[in-house]
Design a protein around this ligand. Structure first.
Ligand code: PMP
Length: 296
């Protein structure tokens, strides 16, 4: 059976300060955010009825909007409260939260000085981002022909909708060729990240983890959590510029992200990796932390 499209579901959506019917959460075709990419969003996970690191996500959302030159017309506290309100109304226990802010329709050209800023939050029950069966044995990535743009070409450290244009192109290309996702290099051909997750490489014997410096892509909230976990487990974290040819020197590889959580990688182009025990132990610890928050 085909899944129900996202605009045809039942429930409620928080929309410009009100809780409205899911099906009524619409916007006009002449919306600046749609035509010119003046839109920012967040991706949050709910574990046992609580949003993990909600404040960090809300701070990042507000930061993303400011980097795009607009102010979301709600405070951090109001946004946190609205996220919590809508997961309760929707009764989401283990799922996803998508706050999104965009410029409206008052002006319809490049300039959008007078456009109203809209803000909505949708949430739904949601499982694994990658198929759990595939995830167990590691996912396969191709190497994208698209590059993460140079930091002076785009607000790179945000979750601005426009940044995802090349991610969808990369992911579609990967899926067409039988891969699960795509590794993106940066504008200088160094390893950057996957289309919606950060990347790590490790060697069990040396207890070293190498990961790219987030200087032209998102420094994920999960990335930072996993770095702390790995350090606690005695791993040395080395953030540096990594060339594609160097991947042959690593035993294992994994992705991190709110959606991807901790996902082992078995292949990137011609390079193969093992799914090692440490990756499992990082994920176990991550799950413990996200759940413990609720119990504590
Ligand atoms: N990079 C990109 C492009 C992403 O979309 C995400 C998901 N938000 C990440 C990295 C990981 O970020 P986080 O751990 O904060 O979800």
């Amino acid at each position: 059976m085909e899944p129900v499209p996202y605009d045809k579901r039942n429930g409620k959506i928080w929309f410009n300060g009100q809780v409205i019917d899911w099906k009524d959460a619409k916007l006009h075709v002449l919306t600046h955010g749609l035509h010119y990419g003046s839109c920012v969003f967040e991706g949050e996970r709910v574990y046992n009825g609580e949003i993990f690191k909600l404040r960090e996500h809300t701070d990042r959302l507000i930061y993303s909007a400011r980097r795009m030159g607009f102010e979301i017309p709600y405070t951090v506290d109001q946004i946190d409260e609205a996220c919590n309100e809508i997961i309760k109304i929707q009764n989401v226990q283990n799922g996803y939260v998508r706050p999104v802010a965009w410029r409206g329709s008052e002006m319809m050209a490049i300039s959008a000085q007078k456009n109203k800023i809209h803000f909505a939050i949708a949430t739904w029950e949601w499982g694994s981002y990658f198929d759990p069966k595939i995830k167990e044995h590691g996912i396969k990535l191709n190497v994208s022909k698209w590059r993460r743009p140079a930091p002076n070409t785009i607000p790179w450290d945000t979750k601005a909708a426009g940044l995802y244009m090349i991610c969808t192109l990369s992911k579609h290309e990967a899926e067409k060729d039988g891969f699960n996702d795509s590794l993106m290099l940066d504008h200088e051909d160094f390893v950057a990240e996957a289309t919606g997750a950060n990347i790590f490489f490790l060697n069990e014997e040396t207890k070293e983890i190498h990961t790219p410096i987030p200087d032209c892509f998102l420094d994920g909230i999960t990335r930072r959590t996993i770095i702390d976990i790995a350090k606690e487990k005695g791993f040395k974290i080395i953030e540096r510029k990594i060339k594609l040819e160097e991947l042959k020197n690593f035993e294992a590889c994994f992705l991190t992200g709110t959606a991807a959580e901790v996902t082992p990688v078995s292949q990137i182009g011609d390079y193969s990796f093992k799914v090692t025990n440490s990756i499992g132990s990082f994920f176990d610890k991550y799950l413990e932390i996200v759940n413990r928050k609720v119990i504590a």
